[in-house]
Write a protein that binds this ligand. Structure first.
Ligand SMILES: Cc1cc2nc3c(=O)[nH]c(=O)nc-3n(C[C@H](O)[C@H](O)[C@H](O)COP(=O)(O)O)c2cc1C
Length: 411
């Protein structure tokens, strides 16, 4: 995996050599691009020694540019990581400016970009920085951290750079696959996000699912070389590159869309929080307020997961169970009742699970179980997909043929 590591001028730059080592331990090739301010905190000599590559810092370095231009560097990267990321570089990326080598690469790359911000807690909570963070996230840039704790300035708050090992583990799960990985040649269909069930033309029933876990699972499956079809409910997330995304709104639409692709699927992962019920009748006009109590008749929505797992020739089927209590017990009963190959149980509610960047999971199958401790959804998705691949081959045999035959038209 090729990582362009941008280092900017924050005090946490002193941790950069450690971060480079953690990335290289995971097999990454690391090309460092540092800003002029970063050089005030950490030396090129130290970074060159740990990365094993000459450091790039100047957009106008003719020799370096002739060897590998900024555009070639942008293409070479599987991931662009900036750690530490200053408030200043966040603002530069938001503005779309490219006054230096690092921000030029950010504009020119199609690879995922991740930022690990590090700054004084007042700088971090400043509305300007928060608004920049929001814009970056909306554009699909991954914001890793920051962590809360004691800071170099002697104060305590949110703004510490995440520890290098966590950054390395997260970033190594971001790259979209290039023909390598445990799921090369396989097709994975994934559902994600909530569904919306109309009450009338202006109101609907939904739930708190953000889709973050499903989108992370989709990226992780693609990073393992799978062809990924993502059927997404309404979410506020950018489409992951290289993934075939189909947008739906209601449970009925999600059912239809998932079944349109299911005969191609070797693996089906149902992360979506699909509504169990929908209003029985949806009037054409808005329901008017009156002084009486009122009620809505509900009818069940189609059960997408059970409808897939009970097909004549079902894909390897993985369900998710979001529960607020007795998580494992409910999950195991869902595993058996719906004849699933695996189930991923997660506790939701009370600030857990939904619309957060971290989570913890228990994964259950017929005679087994694995716990994943609290981590970012990106890390959890990567570990989960590895386990799904392992269980898939254990259940179906290592030489199982893909359902979708890809016919090359290039020759
Ligand atoms: C001693 C010192 C420490 C600094 N630490 C940080 C920091 O931790 N985070 C940050 O966002 N800016 C910090 N700054 C400010 C940045 O260095 C400054 O905004 C600079 O222009 C960033 O440039 P760059 O993003 O191109 O590296 C610090 C400045 C000084 C003088």
């Amino acid at each position: 995996m090729n990582i362009v590591l941008g280092i900017t001028g924050g005090i946490a730059a002193y941790k950069a050599p450690d971060l480079v080592r953690r990335l290289r331990e995971r097999g990454a090739d690391v090309q460092i691009v540092m800003t002029a301010s970063a050089a005030e905190f950490v030396t090129e000599t130290a970074l060159q020694a740990v990365s094993g590559r000459p450091i790039r810092s100047n957009l106008w370095d003719k020799e370096a540019e002739a060897a590998m231009s900024h555009i070639e560097l942008a293409r070479w990267a599987d991931v662009v990581l900036i750690a530490p990321a200053t408030a200043e570089v966040m603002a530069r990326i938001v503005s779309g400016g490219a006054p230096d080598l690092l921000t030029t690469i950010c504009l020119a790359t199609e690879a995922p970009i991740a930022l690990a911000p590090a700054m004084n807690h007042v700088m971090w909570s400043n509305p300007a920085t928060q608004s920049n963070r929001e814009v970056l996230e909306q554009r699909g840039i991954h914001i890793l951290g920051p962590a809360v704790g004691s800071q170099a300035c002697g104060e305590t708050g949110a703004g510490r750079m995440l520890d290098p090992d966590t950054i390395a583990a997260t970033v190594c799960g971001l790259s979209v696959g290039k023909g390598e990985g445990a799921l090369v040649g396989k097709t994975v269909v994934i559902t994600a996000g909530p569904t919306r069930e109309a009450i009338d033309p202006v109101r609907y029933i939904t739930n708190r699912s953000s889709g973050k876990m499903g989108y992370a699972v989709a990226r992780a499956a693609a990073a393992q070389g799978a062809g990924v079809i993502l059927v997404s409910g309404p979410v506020n997330l950018p489409e992951p590159p290289g993934i075939d995304v189909h947008h739906v709104t209601t449970a009925a639409e999600m059912y239809e869309e998932a079944h349109r692709h299911i005969d191609k699927a070797d693996i089906f992962i149902a992360t979506a929080a699909v509504a169990d019920y929908r209003p029985a009748n949806v009037p054409e006009q808005k329901i008017k307020k009156n002084s009486e109590n009122t009620s809505i008749d509900l009818v069940p929505c189609p059960d997408i997961l059970a409808s897939v797992s009970t097909l004549e020739d079902p894909p390897f089927t993985v369900g998710f169970a979001a529960e607020t209590e007795n998580v494992e017990q409910y999950a195991r009963s869902k595993l058996e009742k719906k004849k699933l190959d695996m189930i991923v149980a997660n506790q939701v509610g009370h600030n857990r699970g939904f619309d957060r960047d971290d989570n913890q999971l228990s994964v259950l199958w017929k005679n087994g179980k694995k716990e994943f401790a609290e981590a970012t959804k990106i890390e959890l998705a990567r570990d989960l997909v590895e386990l799904v691949a392992e269980r898939f081959y254990a259940a179906r045999g290592a030489d199982t043929q893909p359902k979708l035959t890809i016919i090359s038209t290039s020759d």
